[in-house]
Every structure is written in C-alpha cells, then in structure tokens.
Write a protein that binds this ligand. Structure first.
Ligand SMILES: *Cc1c(COP(=O)(O)O)cnc(C)c1O
Length: 245
C-alpha cells in the first residue's frame, strides 16, 4: 500500500508525536524509580496497543519500545504480519477465551492473564510441542471490582503452584489491573496485595516458582504508585498513544 504525500506527512507527524510521548514516559519511569529507590533497569515499559493501528505501534517500536501487549487475540493476529520485521515481543493482557488459545500460542511470548486451572491446562496442552514452552502470569483481581478479571487473591498462590507444575508453562509472575480510583492509598493497597502474593509464592519453595519474579501492574494514570509497590512491567496506552476513541 503506497501513501500519498499528504498521508506520509500525517504518518510522520504521528510518529514524531509517539516518539516524544515515549521519551517523556521513560523520564516519568526514571523519576518514579529514583523516588522509590529502585534501579531503572528493574522496570520495563509495555505498550498497551489495543485499538491502535499497526503504523502507530511500528512508530513506537522504531522509537525504542520493545514489548507490546494486546487485549484481544483478533488484534494480535491481525497486526502481527505488519510488525513481523521488527524486533519485539508481544504479550496477551486481556481475557483469553479457550477457543483463542491456539491462535495465541506462537504469536505471544507471554500470556499475562491466566486466571483458572482450566485455561492454564488448555495453554499447556497447546504449548506442549513448543521447544521453549511459553511464559504465563497469574492475573489476580486485587481490587475486588466485579468488572475485573482475575483469580481472587486468596486463591492466587494455589493457582500459581498448579501452573508451576504444568510442564510447558513457565510461571513468570503476576499481573493485575489496579483499582480504578482517585484514592492513591487504596490503589497502592491493591498493588501491594499483588506484591505480597509474589513474595509468598517465592518463599514457598514450590518447584517451578523460582522464575515468578514479574509484577505487571500500573497504567498511564498510576505508574508511580505501581513502581513504588514493586512493579517490574508497567502497561501504558494513553501515555504513549493519547486518549482512545
Ligand atoms: C488499556 C490497558 C492498559 C493501559 O491503560 P492506559 O490507561 O491507557 O495506560 C493496561 N492494561 C490493560 C490490561 C489494558 O487493557
């Protein structure tokens, strides 16, 4: 598909906008790490790319981003060909239906949203033939909001131990969508809850939990709170791409 001069000018203006937003966001992450007394290397930026066209994602990857997250498998599948020449990794960060597992394994290097034994076993069955298996995270509903996916906090460790025993799955850590609130203390509590689950699992000594070190938490509005509570992956959409339509 060739672009007209006008279209090219718009695309390059958009690319500059995304690159500038990315630079500002990295600064924000730097500052948050400093404030929290954490190493800058300890936190990775994941682009939340739902509803973004492949061109915008390409611009962000060319500006230095290397990790993207899609909520819907349809979008992951649809955009993958247009991004296949770019070095990057893709994670699944939205609810994964069982009938979409086959399409996902192979395209995503990590499924962050495992919240049931059933889903974990389905992924394990599909990943059995992969030479390196697949990374997964346990999604925990730390806010208690009924609109949010994720296993209940009280059941999260048990699910993690089960997943840790499923051969082709590598348990990489835990993910949550934090409380949607202006109350920073309450938001911090939901992120602290995820950190506490990770710490409890790390102390368990259960085989297969050794590599469960990631905490995927924090979005554009609250990444500072998440980094203060130990986030290792912040998932950012609006901060990079602007408001979604
Ligand atoms: C959209 C989304 C994000 C990013 O949200 P922003 O507020 O746009 O940064 C992060 N995580 C998940 C699971 C999302 O769906």
């Amino acid at each position: 598909m060739t672009m007209s001069e006008g279209e090219e000018a718009i695309a390059s203006a958009r690319a500059r906008q995304i690159s500038a937003a990315l630079a500002r966001t990295w600064e924000r992450i730097d500052t948050a790490c400093q404030t929290a007394g954490r190493s800058r290397d300890a936190v990775c930026l994941l682009l939340a790319t739902k509803a973004q066209p492949a061109g915008a994602i390409r611009a962000a990857i060319e500006a230095g981003a290397s990790l993207i997250g899609e909520n819907r498998v349809q979008e992951l599948v649809a955009k993958a060909p247009a991004l296949s020449d770019l070095s990057h990794q893709a994670h699944v960060i939205g609810p994964l239906q069982s009938n979409k597992v086959n399409a996902t394994v192979g395209l995503a290097s990590c499924i962050q949203t495992v919240d049931s034994v059933r889903l974990a076993e389905r992924i394990a069955a599909r990943a059995a033939g992969l030479p390196h298996g697949i990374d997964v995270m346990i999604q925990v509903n730390t806010s208690g909001e009924s609109s949010k996916s994720g296993v209940r906090p009280a059941l999260a460790a048990e699910l993690a131990y089960h997943v840790a025993g499923l051969g082709p799955l590598r348990l990489a850590g835990f993910m949550t969508v934090g409380l949607n609130s202006d109350d920073e203390v309450a938001v911090g509590r939901s992120y602290a809850a995820l950190r506490e689950i990770k710490e409890a699992v790390a102390l368990s000594g259960v085989p297969g939990t050794e590599r469960a070190v990631e905490l995927s938490m924090g979005m554009s509005g609250d990444l500072e709170i998440a980094i203060a509570e130990g986030a290792t992956i912040v998932r950012l959409g609006t901060a990079i791409f602007g408001p979604r339509r």
